[in-house]
Design a protein around this ligand. Sequence first.
Ligand SMILES: CC(C)(COP(=O)(O)OP(=O)(O)OC[C@H]1O[C@@H](n2cnc3c(N)ncnc32)[C@H](O)[C@@H]1OP(=O)(O)O)[C@@H](O)C(=O)NCCC(=O)NCCS
Length: 160
Amino acid sequence: MTTDYTPTGAWVGREGRADVAISYRACRPEDIERVLELWRNGAPGGSTNNAAALETRLVRDRELFLLAWEGDALVGCLIGAWDGWRSNMYRLAVHPDYRRRGIASELVRRVEEMLWKLGASRIYALALLDSPEAGPFWTALGYAPDSDIDPLVKNLRPVD
Ligand SMILES: CC(C)(COP(=O)(O)OP(=O)(O)OC[C@H]1O[C@@H](n2cnc3c(N)ncnc32)[C@H](O)[C@@H]1OP(=O)(O)O)[C@@H](O)C(=O)NCCC(=O)NCCS
């Protein structure tokens, strides 16, 4: 049984080289409009991109909803989730002007570490089919299609 979190994938080798201009912190209610703006500018799709859904998300596990900032500019975000059994990652996005600087990798690494500390064993990452970068990115971080499970979806309410 390992006692320390061991990151794998594209983050390996970048230890200590994280961009010092970028800071990371949990999302706050006052950030919600900025997150929606980041998604409008940089992330296609998303079926619940509205303030009410994000306010609901902030009620629990707020520390897993992680934002990346350069000064007061929001440049990246990732929603992590842990239900006590499995964990998920949703709506990863980095502003187009800030890509290929390791920001998404660092967001994933930080959320992976928090999930590991919470006891998670497996993470499901939702990759946008519309995004040409999504597949190569998740593959670079060690995520792969599941050979046993094909996620199925049902809407309980109308979605955007
Ligand atoms: C996918 C996305 C989050 C990546 O953000 P990023 O900060 O540029 O990613 P990183 O710099 O951490 O990239 C890590 C590695 O992923 C791979 N990768 C990232 N973008 C890639 C691209 N456009 N083409 C090929 N490989 C890519 C590379 O291996 C990269 O390592 P390298 O730069 O040393 O070659 C960003 O492109 C984005 O916001 N896209 C639109 C929304 C989206 O697709 N979200 C993810 C799916 S939910």
